[in-house]
Design a protein around this ligand. Structure first.
Ligand SMILES: NC(=O)c1ccc[n+]([C@@H]2O[C@H](COP(=O)([O-])OP(=O)(O)OC[C@H]3O[C@@H](n4cnc5c(N)ncnc54)[C@H](O)[C@@H]3O)[C@@H](O)[C@H]2O)c1
Length: 421
């Protein structure tokens, strides 16, 4: 049977398989879930449309769902995050339907989402809410079969909550991002390491002794700031939330406005989920040679249109993932990965061992959604607490780490109110 698919080059499949297997070695929790799924088949006959970054880690999640009996159709959640070898291997080696090509234009991007929706999904998996938005705005004919969905990232959860508030969300969606075993690890350590990795692969600059400006001190920003400091950079944080700004200041970073930071930074990393965080008024103040990168979900954090308008010529590609904008004869700024998620555009995304937890949450939540089909409201749900804790426990086990248990005396003490001073 031919598997419906559109990938860049099927001959890359053997390379993709080796890479998927490499990632799998670091995804021990997901492996255990896959073993159980292949015996119990909890997803038998369940059609899933997944709009996720097409990486080796995602491939292992797709394999896990397929092992559970699901029929999966995967498309990309960002035009620059697809690994073409991974996409090819999923189709050729694992028999999973994929529509994803790195560097696809906007028309192709939505054609691929439509292809996933054409499979009449019962479950949707999203990373940024583009598939869910498409389904609600343009493909309402495909809503009837959907019993629930999952959302991977902060930006997608914000969009879903806006849909719920507007009364338009048509089915229950679980906010994977909000699980402790997701955002405390994936957003912080995953984005922290892989955003720096992407910038270094693209530019090969030395961070030691440079001023790195991190815009946004949320879960991701904390990770990026910590890793930049660890490599010897002088880290400046910009924020709009007073509590987060205070936290950054007490964590030992210099906190200032983006305009003040614009005059000082050698490297700027936006990671806010917000629009036009760096814009014309900031570009005009930047030093010659300043480098700009974005690790937030969409390519809107750096106002590239305004940067293009300030430049004397169209951007010039000076390295595979670096564009030069000449703002004055003696002042150039550089943009990495076209302002898209730098860790995926210029590197390989998060390391497998951290995606192990996020994707274990995904697999277990999909099993939970199927078991509770028809019982849930049209709203955004948190990941059930027992799933979150189960993933933490399993991860510790696979790391060979043991922890204490409460004694009966401690358990009783923690549940009472009478004993005090
Ligand atoms: N690169 C990746 O692989 C990856 C992984 C996880 C999440 N993300 C994305 O990264 C973004 C941030 O995620 P998060 O979990 O850290 O979110 P978060 O909500 O924890 O933090 C975002 C922070 O940005 C701040 N902020 C908003 N507007 C700002 C502005 N104009 N200037 C300065 N600060 C501003 C907010 O106050 C908040 O503290 C989201 O778009 C998310 O989807 C990317």
């Amino acid at each position: 049977m031919t598997i419906p698919s559109e990938v860049a080059d099927r001959s890359l499949a053997p390379e993709g398989r080796t890479r998927i297997e490499w990632a799998d070695q670091h995804m021990r929790v997901l492996q255990r879930i896959r073993e159980r799924f292949s015996k119990q088949k909890p997803l038998e006959g369940v059609r899933i449309a997944a709009c996720l970054h097409v990486t080796t880690e995602t491939a292992n999640l797709m394999r896990t769902l397929a092992a559970g009996g699901a029929e999966v159709s995967l498309c990309a959640s960002n035009p620059l995050s697809t690994q073409d070898a991974t996409a090819a291997a999923l189709v050729e080696e694992y028999g999973i339907s994929v529509h994803a090509v790195r560097g696809i234009d906007a028309e192709g991007y939505y054609r691929h989402i439509d292809a996933a929706l054409d499979t009449r999904p019962m479950i949707t998996m999203d990373d940024g809410c583009d598939l869910v938005t498409r389904l609600h705005q343009r493909r309402r004919d495909r809503l009837a079969d959907v019993i629930g969905g999952t959302e991977e990232t902060t930006t997608g959860v914000i969009r879903l909550r806006a849909m719920q508030a507007a009364g338009v969300l048509a089915y229950p969606v679980v906010a994977i991002n909000d699980a402790d075993t997701k955002h405390l690890f994936d957003n912080r350590y995953g984005t922290g390491q892989s955003a720096i990795d992407g910038i270094l692969r693209a530019t090969n600059v030395l961070l030691a002794g440079r001023t790195v400006v991190v815009c946004g001190y949320g879960m991701c920003g904390r990770g990026v700031a910590a890793r930049a400091r660890g490599m010897g950079a002088d880290v400046v944080v910009t924020e709009v939330d007073p509590t987060r700004a205070l936290e950054a200041a007490m964590d030992g970073y210099r906190v200032m406005t983006a305009s003040e930071a614009a005059t000082q930074g050698d490297l700027f990393i936006t990671v806010t989920g917000d629009k036009h965080v760096l814009r014309a008024e900031h570009f005009e103040l930047m030093k010659d040679g300043a480098i700009l990168a974005n690790a937030g979900h969409f390519d809107i954090e750096i106002d590239l249109q305004a940067l293009g308008a300030l430049a004397s010529a169209p951007p010039r590609r000076v390295r595979p993932e670096v564009d030069e904008y000449v703002l004055a004869p003696d002042r150039r700024v550089y943009v990495v990965g076209e302002g898209r998620l730098v860790n995926l555009a210029a590197a390989e995304g998060h390391p497998a061992s951290v995606m192990d937890m996020s994707f274990a949450d995904q697999a277990l939540v999909i099993e939970w959604l199927v078991a509770h089909a028809g019982e849930l409201e049209r709203q955004v749900y948190p990941v059930p607490r027992d799933i979150d804790r189960q993933v933490a426990r399993l991860k510790l086990e696979t790391m060979g780490v043991r922890i204490d248990e409460l004694t009966p005396e401690q358990q009783a003490y923690l549940e009472q109110w009478e004993q005090g001073t």
